[in-house]
Design a protein around this ligand. Structure first.
Ligand SMILES: [Zn+2]
Length: 214
């Protein structure tokens, strides 16, 4: 069961990926975690990646793909794995396919958690964060008991800059430019499965498990 998670930032694909990983007992692989682990363990690939990151440069696709392949080849991935945050672009997807092909493997599913932009902007715009203790809330789904005040410590809760509509919209534009083409790419490979990400977290998860089988 080799799965790629697709979805806009804020669509909830990370949460779904974690739940899938738990249910099917396969590793949840995020590139951020791989980078951190390799840099921490000072591996050869980690050292290379760090050189780019230290200069504020993007890690090249080929190197990112090498890091992912290195992780995929580990023992715990033999029954499958779930990729979250990679590939992000067509060149990355092509590099991944080529590398998998060399070891006679291929991806089985690309699950697209589909949420319209305006839903994401609304979701993020409702988030509130306590600057003092870090507790997070949402004006609709997890409201504070007293409006604007943290339940835990009594400090004011705020809308973070990252969650402001204009910031969210910018991230979504980048997503549509870079990642949306992947949807067509995996559609052509007949492995794309789209789920309605506007449903509740539980309902989305049920839809995904219906696709993957119990
Ligand atoms: Zn607080």
């Amino acid at each position: 069961m080799k799965i790629i998670m697709l979805g806009a930032p804020g669509a909830g694909k990370g949460t779904q990926a974690k739940q899938i990983a738990d249910k099917y007992k396969i590793p949840h692989i995020s590139t951020g975690d791989i980078f951190r682990a390799n840099i921490k363990n000072n591996t050869e690939l980690g050292q290379k990646a760090k050189q780019y990151m230290d200069q504020g440069l993007l890690v090249p696709d080929e190197l990112t793909c090498d890091l992912v392949m290195d992780r995929i080849k580990q023992d715990d991935c033999k029954n499958g794995f779930i990729l979250d945050g990679f590939p992000r672009t067509i060149p990355q997807a092509e590099a991944l396919d080529a590398a998998l092909d060399k070891i006679n493997e291929k991806m089985d599913y690309a699950i697209n958690v589909d949420v319209p932009d305006e839903n994401i902007v609304n979701r993020m715009g409702g988030r509130r964060c306590c600057l003092n203790c870090g507790a997070t809330y949402h004006v609709v789904t997890i409201p504070t008991k007293v409006e604007g005040i943290c339940d835990r410590c009594g400090s004011p809760v705020v809308l973070r800059d990252d969650d402001k509509p204009e910031t969210v919209q910018k991230r979504l534009t980048v997503y549509h430019d870079q990642t949306q083409p992947l949807i067509d790419y995996y559609e052509k490979q007949s492995i794309l499965k789209t789920v309605d990400g506007t449903k509740s977290m539980e309902a989305v998860f049920d839809d995904i498990t219906a696709i993957l089988g119990a």
